[in-house]
Design a protein around this ligand. Sequence first.
Ligand code: FES
Length: 137
Amino acid sequence: MSEVSRRSLIAGVCGIAALSFAPLSAEAASVVRKISNGRLSIKISDMSKVVAVGSSVLVGKVKGQDVGLFRSGPSTFKAFSLRCPHQGAPVVKDETGWYCDVHGSKFEQDGALNMGPATTGLMKVPTKVSRGTLTIG
Ligand code: FES
C-alpha cells in the first residue's frame, strides 16, 4: 500500500470514527433527557435540534448501550442498538447509514441490513410517542 493511500485510509477511518463518536451538539444534547430505567426522553417540538427527517444520529445511551435514532417523519421514529448483530462490535455512522469496520457490515439510516456478513439489521430499541414526547428504551 502506498503512503498516500495509507494516509487516505487512516484519514477516512478517523473521519468515520469522528462522525460516529462525536457527541450531539450542545443544543441537541440540551433537549435529550435521561429518565427512569436508563431511558431517554425528547420533546417532539425540540426534535429538529436533534435529527432531521430522513436522517439518523447517535442519540445517547439507553441502559448503558449506544443507541441510534432514525426520524422517518415529523413524529415517527425508529431506535436501534449500535452494536453489530454479527459479533457485537460498535457500529459507526457514515454518509449513507451505519457501518461496522470489523468485518464490513453496512446498515441503512433506519438500521436495516444493507450488506453482511451480519444477517439482520440493528436490534430495535423500543420507542413510544405520547403527549408530544418521544421515549426511547
Ligand atoms: S462484528 Fe460487525 S461485521 Fe462482524
